[in-house]
Design a protein around this ligand. Structure first.
Ligand code: ADP
Ligand code: MG
Length: 700
């Protein structure tokens, strides 16, 4: 180390207050200014006890007429205050000698808290109090979110100091918001000043629910920052290059696949295919999310995109999150593409070494023009000759790192492949607009014809035997049934025994039930701990109809396609998440037969289901629409959990509420490109102000 460096003065050690502020992310003056109160306390008024109402949060002022420590039922300090109109008892279960002294008989005090009436007169539990005297404050007292070791008065002082020092000049004119809402004519400075010290005449409700115009300004600011940062990352992506995959016609693979399909594409499938083809024909990497409810027919859309890629002379990869799903894609694509002379490679984690080596060779030489597999596709040893299109099914099951790894599989300098992500968990519009704004979204909003809607019933565990009777009736008609057992998080072993027991129970109950072929019905078992060969064999038997009932853990959650299955029973449905229930239900209703889904629930030792569980089951019974389900899921869980913390970037939206602020979000979305184009310096300032160092993290 050089002398100059070692002589550099060490930064002063952080004080406890600075450490606590740091923990809250309050580093810059602007961070402090944007740290807004959770709620307010009204110390501007004194309420006389004869005017108090039960349950009000009030401040009283009076003389202490009694103060004693009582030991029954437990140690507590009991203080009686008389304000000239009535008396009130204050109770403290924990107290310091200094507080006891401040509450001595004869002292005049102000006490603030929720007042309760009762047999023994007014009481307040653990009120805040101080010596009476001095003028009443003229503004409401803000209460800020804080952490241990940072008391409100210290934080309040720091926030007000930050507010005074910070640059609060506007990055957009208050008038820009007037078109959205004529009441939002607040500058940032005015809004912040107000929210840190609102005048007592304001309605506390409008502050609490963030509907006050000052809040509207802040929410608009916050949403604009989010939109700007997403737009910046979208523009950064536009500077990258990708192979141009122009669609050509006349005897191409694409034309031949279209002609060979046993069905006509739906209107929606044609529309999204055109959107994808347009993206791939550009030299900018596609970054598109194809969302469509379960059974909407995303696979054929992916296959058509793949043929365009192969027609242009490039390779294509498809990655799915589970082996069962990947295998199913492989079979389906093989069925469509093999007759067209396309060689497809198959990659999975538990392949035999020899087979695997052969696959890797085919991929590297370019003999395999399409590669289908699990995570194995992105392993280091996999070298593509010329990958130009990567498709990721059920994209929410993959992390950012895995998507990036797939994109890096194109070895040409400075180029990235086109990326098509697919999901059956549709993202509600407000979320798509805010968290996925740097992604293009195509939506399959139409199911292929001939599907009959699924009837969903919520049934108490006590009626399990009736459900089993229903299964018997279904399989007697030659239909197939899924029975899904819940994942027991704490223990895979328990999980397994649960599925095994259910399998035994159903095997016994259904033993000898004849199915139309004249044979006795078979009950199969599928769980995640089974060796992959066994899993495959069971799945194949079910797909081919040799097995009437399949008892399974959630390994069948995504993508499995057996059109003859017409009944889905979900055991302990209360333990599943809403989107998971919807995915599972999507395994039936894939053929022409009327299908049903039974959600069996148990309350365990509790008298009834939890509120959230009831909401989930109710949503399932009320709608089959994946978009509506996603909207309710968002409502029940909130965006953080809906997206998973990693994807949403936890503190990204602190003030705006996507369920309520859709109009402001629309405004921000329209405003962001204008600001970025016309006033790039202001746009930068805005993003820095709101996201500071966080912007980079949020782009990942
Ligand atoms: P998902 O969108 O859930 O992945 P799939 O791609 O598995 O749906 O398609 C569900 C089923 O619908 C498959 O059997 C598929 O072959 C069939 N399918 C897809 N498109 C059509 C269509 N236009 N008409 C009829 N059946 C179709
Ligand atoms: Mg699918």
């Amino acid at each position: 180390m050089t002398a100059a460096l070692s002589a550099k003065p060490k930064p002063a050690p952080l004080s406890a207050t600075d450490k606590a502020l740091d923990k809250l992310g309050l580093v810059r003056d602007i961070d402090l200014a944007l740290h807004l109160p959770l709620r307010y306390e009204d110390e501007t008024r004194i309420t006389k006890l004869d005017e108090a109402r039960e349950g009000d949060a009030i401040q009283i002022e009076g003389a202490v007429i009694a103060c004693e420590v009582s030991y029954r039922p437990r140690r507590q300090l009991i203080v009686t205050v008389n304000d000239g109109t009535d008396t009130c008892t204050l109770r403290f279960f924990s107290f310091y000698p200094s507080q006891q002294k401040a509450l001595e008989v004869g002292n005049r005090i102000r006490a603030r808290g929720e007042i309760k009436g009762g047999f023994l007169g007014w009481t307040m539990l653990h009120p805040a109090f101080r010596a009476a005297g001095g003028p009443l404050p003229t503004a409401l007292t803000p209460v800020y979110p804080t952490v241990a070791g940072l008391p409100q008065p210290v934080l309040r002082k720091a926030v007000l100091a930050g507010l005074a020092r910070a640059d609060l000049s506007d990055t957009f004119e208050p008038g820009d918001l007037a078109q959205f809402n004529p009441h939002v004519l607040w500058t940032l400075r005015a809004a912040l000043q107000f929210l840190h010290h609102p005048t007592p005449d304001v309605s506390l409700d409008t502050l609490q629910d963030h509907s006050h115009p000052a809040w509207q300004r802040l929410k608009a600011e916050e949403l604009l920052a989010q939109q700007l940062s997403q737009l910046q990352s979208r523009r950064a992506r536009a500077a990258l290059r990708a192979p141009v995959l122009a669609e050509v016609h006349g005897g191409t693979l694409h034309d031949r696949l279209l002609a060979a399909l046993p069905f006509a594409l739906t209107q929606a499938q044609r529309r999204v295919s055109a959107e994808i083809a347009r993206d791939m024909a550009r030299h900018v990497p596609m970054h598109r999310l194809l969302q469509g409810d379960v059974g909407a027919g995303k696979t054929v859309v992916a296959a058509l995109a793949a043929t365009i890629c192969m027609d242009a002379g490039w390779q294509c990869a498809l990655m799915a999150p589970t082996e069962i799903l990947a295998e199913q894609h492989f079979r389906k694509l093989l069925g469509w593409l093999e007759p067209l002379g396309i060689t497809t490679a198959w990659l999975t984690g538990n392949q035999k070494a020899k087979e695997r080596r052969r696959m890797l060779e085919m991929i590297e030489s370019g003999e395999a023009r399409l590669v289908v597999g699990t995570h194995a596709v992105i392993q280091e040893k996999v070298h593509f000759k010329n990958l130009a299109l990567a498709v990721i099914d059920e994209q929410h099951r993959f992390g950012v790192a895995q998507r990036l790894a797939l994109r890096r599989k194109l070895r040409h300098e400075g180029m990235e492949p086109h990326l098509l992500m697919m999901t059956a968990t549709p993202i509600p519009r407000t979320l798509a607009m805010s968290y996925y704004a740097d992604l293009d979204v195509s939506t399959l909003d139409e199911l292929p014809p001939g599907r009959t809607p699924i009837v969903t019933k919520v049934v108490n565990e006590a009626r399990r035997h009736e459900v089993i009777e229903r299964i018997r009736a279904q399989i007697a008609q030659g239909r197939q049934v899924y029975w899904v057992c819940p994942l027991i998080e704490e223990s895979e072993a328990l999980d397994l025994s649960n599925a095994t027991e259910t399998h035994a129970e159903l095997s016994a109950a259904l033993q000898g039930t004849p199915i139309p072929s004249g044979e006795a019905a078979q009950v199969g078992l599928l769980h995640s701990r089974m060796p992959s060969d066994e899993k495959k064999a069971v799945m194949a038997a079910f797909v081919q109809g040799q097995m009437a009932v399949l008892v399974s853990t959630t390994v069948i959650e995504v993508g499995v396609d057996v059109p003859n299955a017409s009944l889905m029973v979900i055991d302990h449905a209360e333990r599943f998440g809403l989107s998971q229930l919807h995915q599972l239900r999507g395994r039936v209703g894939r053929g022409a037969a009327a299908s049903a889904c039974v959600l069996l629930y148990a309350t365990g030792d509790a008298p009834r289901l939890s509120e959230a569980a009831r909401e989930r089951l109710k949503a399932m019974a009320e709608t089959n629409d994946g978009f509506e389900i996603a909207r309710r899921d968002l409502e029940i869980r909130g965006p953080g959990e809906f997206l998973g913390a990693r994807q949403s970037g936890e503190a990204m939206l602190r003030f705006a509420n996507l369920a309520l602020d859709g109009a402001l979000l629309e405004w921000a979305r329209a405003e962001a490109p204008k600001l970025l184009d016309q006033h790039p310096a202001l746009a930068d300032k805005h993003v820095q102000r709101w996201l500071g160092g966080k912007a980079e993290y949020l782009k990942a």
